[in-house]
Write a protein that binds this ligand. Structure first.
Ligand code: CA2
Length: 161
């Protein structure tokens, strides 16, 4: 079964508990549940990881390289704007990935507009709230050739054909 890894960077374990004006009210546990429900409909295996530590995120990317993970969805949080080491791990992995940011990083402080990983990403989603992760999952599975058109808007379910 197609295996996809979700990686959340520092402080995202606090999602839904603080700064709702930037990150909304959904908790990481709620988001994980939503993504697992979508993964079930997409017929894929989804693994979830969150860490506040740069090295642990790099270890997770290495682990994905060594097992048969087909794609990554990563929100490196503040490490997006600082970490050459995470960039290097992603570049070396050769695993296609989508970069997600919950907030619109281009509409905030100027330092958030630079990402060390965007040019390596097969797609980026910003400013769509936590819904961005669901969009990323649909987009990544499509990019990986794992098409489930009946899940897209405007398409009837297979049994309705
Ligand atoms: O918009 C995003 O998803 C960010 O990656 C979030 C990072 C921020 O440093 C990036 O510039 C944009 C911050 C994540 C902090 O998450 C929290 C969530 C709830 C409460 C406190 C922090």
């Amino acid at each position: 079964m197609l295996k996809i890894q979700i990686i959340h960077g520092p402080n995202l374990n606090r999602l839904g508990q603080r700064e709702p004006e930037n990150y909304g009210h959904t908790t990481l546990a709620d988001l994980t549940k939503r993504l697992d429900q979508l993964a079930e409909r997409l017929d894929i295996t989804l693994n979830h990881y969150q860490s506040n530590h740069e090295g642990q995120i790099i270890d997770c990317i290495h682990q994905c390289t060594d097992d048969d993970t087909a794609g990554l969805i990563i929100n490196p949080a503040a490490f997006t704007h600082t970490s050459v080491a995470i960039r290097d791990a992603l570049a070396a992995s050769d695993i296609p990935f989508i970069e997600v940011h919950i907030s619109n990083v281009y509409a905030r402080e100027p330092f958030r507009a630079h990402s060390y990983i965007s040019d390596l990403a097969s797609g980026s989603i910003v400013g769509m709230g936590v819904f961005g992760y669901e969009l990323a999952l649909l987009g990544l599975t499509e990019q990986l050739g794992h098409r489930r058109e009946h899940l897209l808007l405007g398409h009837a379910k297979p049994e309705e054909h």
